[in-house]
Design a protein around this ligand. Structure first.
Ligand SMILES: [Zn+2]
Length: 44
């Protein structure tokens, strides 16, 4: 899930998988769908 963060009067969208902040909700959702943090390689 992408979470919203209010900072300096601007809304940011945070990837809950890796903590990346993006200023565009669509970009954040697109990122999270492909986020590597969702599939941790250390489990292999
Ligand atoms: Zn991410």
């Amino acid at each position: 899930m992408v979470s919203t963060v209010e900072r300096d009067g601007q809304t940011w969208y945070e990837c809950e998988e890796c903590g990346l902040l993006l200023d565009d909700e669509d970009d954040a959702k697109a990122h999270e769908e492909n986020c590597d943090a969702e599939d941790p390689s250390y489990l292999q």
